[in-house]
Design a protein around this ligand. Structure first.
Ligand code: ATP
Ligand code: MG
Length: 562
């Protein structure tokens, strides 16, 4: 290779394999595919595979196809086909061409007859259970099927009979004739076709036999001229079979390369588990903002950029491992820190009244939209002396290190004035319901001539101008590192976080009451939020995307005392 060492060092093992094969002339280019089975919604693990396959094609000037591996009519549906296409596009990728494994059913059938004719496949009458039993185990070799030595003529006749619907479901299979003693169980005469009367979402009732995944996948890659067939580690043991089929058929043989599935702490991504969460109502649907699906992240407010940069950042692993979900949360924090405008919102309001404010006076103050992005400009906020602040930003009595507002103390109201608290109003239970302050007219933000320095700055909204919105405070769905680890008698749902969603009313800057669905903002000092699709012209709904900082790490460090 001609690369400089620095450049090569940053290449992952797949890129290294790709470059070696291009250099040796084994392949002419990088042709990849993303091959989902349309039996569910895509999750963050699929995003990893999408970024990898589309990314490789882009890096090396090749192409990447989208192919639906639709060989199991029982579980598949057009609903999933459409959602998968939408999710890939939302992530920012476009396939070079679209295919369905079912488009190759005729070709696969022809190839199956070819293998039969050449003595490489036979019809087996063992039941599913007998087939399993004959297959042996990791420690015991398999036994030959009693039907293994049927003549080519008989095999062909029976195979055509299978196709023509002459036998009931499950009565016979077509199997490859390889080696029942192979240490690799996948090579012990694997099934190629099964009889199954089911309506396929594309081929309808044309077929009553369906090819298995292994008999379909490699040949589909081959037909499309794929050079690098990237898949996850559980297919490593299928690679010899993948190559065997291509070799016996004498067709283009792509190179299968395996990488470790993405596993993220605190998440459950398997389709089965996600389905259970949806079906049993632990979440509101596949796009619930707490779900690890692409549509869940999308609705939660994650940006495609943040998912892509997360996938790039974690790299490609050869061995299984768990990635800390904080890295994903940090990816969206980093992107929104650059991209989201700052706004003020008060989630847990406490009245603050400025007692020396001129009666009826309203003044405009100027607030920067995003200090990270000077081009984002600023906005004007009305200031009337009657404000909302957060409950937690005030304490009647507070330790010395409490730099927010306390009785007898001072604080700056962001983009406004310094205020001094001289008194409080309490209700019958002794709870503080209003904070009384004076303001320092010389201290206005941006034109401060007071010469005063205060340690704390807090956010606020103006009580006479603010609007009310609904805020959905989303948090992690599970409280533990690995929800799949359970004690006896428990299942992963026992690890659900009972506080993963809290719905509240909040006071916000007036403009936010009209913010368009999908708009993302930072509520200053609180976190990033997005306007949810449930918003109506009268009520805006905001989802919390993520808090400004990781609060889980802090809680764990403190033994969850706070
Ligand atoms: P699941 O059951 O979790 O939905 P799957 O492997 O059954 O996953 P497929 O539709 O078969 O889902 O996967 C499409 C592609 O995405 C495959 O190439 C698969 O290897 C890849 N993929 C699936 N899960 C992950 C993951 N967690 N990390 C990386 N790639 C993944
Ligand atoms: Mg699958």
């Amino acid at each position: 290779m001609t690369d400089t060492p620095e450049v090569r060092e940053s290449k992952n093992f797949i890129e290294q394999a790709v470059e070696a094969d291009l250099a040796s002339g084994r392949f002419e280019g990088v042709f990849t595919r993303f091959p989902p089975e349309p039996n569910g919604y895509l999750h963050i693990g699929h995003a990893k595979s999408i970024c990898l396959n589309f990314g490789l094609a882009k890096t090396y000037g090749g192409t990447c196809n989208l192919r639906f591996d639709d060989t199991n009519p029982v579980k598949e549906d057009v609903e999933y086909v459409e959602s998968i296409m939408e999710d890939i596009r939302w992530l920012g990728f476009e396939w070079d061409s679209l295919h369905y494994a079912s488009d190759y059913f005729d070709q696969l059938y022809t190839w199956a007859e070819k293998l039969i004719t050449e003595g490489h496949a036979y019809i087996c009458d063992l039941s599913a259970e007998e087939t399993r039993e004959y297959r042996g185990s990791l420690t015991a070799p398999g036994r030959n099927s009693p039907h293994r030595d049927r003549s080519v003529e008989e095999n062909l006749k029976l195979f055509r009979g299978m196709r023509d619907g002459e036998y009931p479901d499950g009565a016979r299979t077509l199997r490859a004739k390889i080696d029942m003693a192979s240490p690799n169980i996948n090579m012990r005469d694997p099934v190629m076709y099964r009889i199954l009367r089911a309506t396929h979402h594309r081929t309808a009732d044309k077929w009553c036999i369906y090819p298995t995944y292994d008999w379909t996948h490699g040949q589909s890659d081959s037909i499309e001229g794929i050079s690098f067939s990237i898949c996850t580690l559980e297919f490593e043991n299928h690679r010899p079979l993948y190559n065997w089929y291509c070799e016996k058929l004498g067709i283009h043989n792509p190179r299968q390369i395996e990488f470790a599935k993405l596993k993220l702490s605190t998440l459950m991504m398997g389709k089965r588990h996600m389905l259970r969460m949806v079906k049993e109502g632990f979440v509101s649907g596949w796009d619930d903002p707490r779900m690890p699906t692409i549509r869940g992240y999308r609705r939660r407010g994650y940006t495609p950029e943040s998912l892509r940069s997360f996938c790039a950042d974690i790299g490609i692993a050869k061995f299984p491992g768990t990635i800390d979900v904080v890295r994903l949360e940090n990816a969206v924090r980093d992107h929104l820190n650059e991209a989201a405008s700052r706004r003020m919102a008060v989630l847990d309001p406490l009245k603050l009244t400025i007692t020396n404010w001129p009666d009826g006076h309203v003044e405009m103050t100027e607030a920067t939209n995003n200090p990270q992005d000077p081009s984002s400009g600023s906005r004007q906020l009305a200031f009337s002396g009657s404000m909302w602040i957060e409950q937690e930003d005030f304490r009647e009595e507070a330790p010395r290190k409490f730099f927010r507002l306390k009785k007898g103390g001072a604080v700056r109201l962001r983009a406004g004035y310094i205020v001094d608290c001289h008194d409080v109003v309490k209700d019958a239970d002794g709870k503080v319901v209003e904070v009384l302050c004076t303001y320092d007219p010389e201290s206005k933000s941006g034109e401060d001539t007071s010469g005063r320095k205060v340690k704390g700055t807090i956010h606020w909204v103006d009580a006479t101008h603010s609007k009310e919105v609904e805020v959905r405070l989303y948090d992690r769905l599970f409280t533990v590192e690995d929800p799949s680890v359970c004690e006896e008698g428990q299942t992963f749902v026992d690890h659900l976080n009972p506080d993963s969603l809290t719905v509240i009313k909040a006071h916000v800057e007036p403009e936010l009451a009209e913010a368009p669905i999908g708009e993302r903002v930072q509520f200053e000092r609180l976190g990033y939020f997005i306007v949810d699709q449930d918003s109506t012209p009268n009520t805006r709904v905001f989802n919390r995307i993520v808090t400004l900082r990781d609060t889980w790490g802090k809680m764990e460090a403190k033994g969850k005392t706070e």
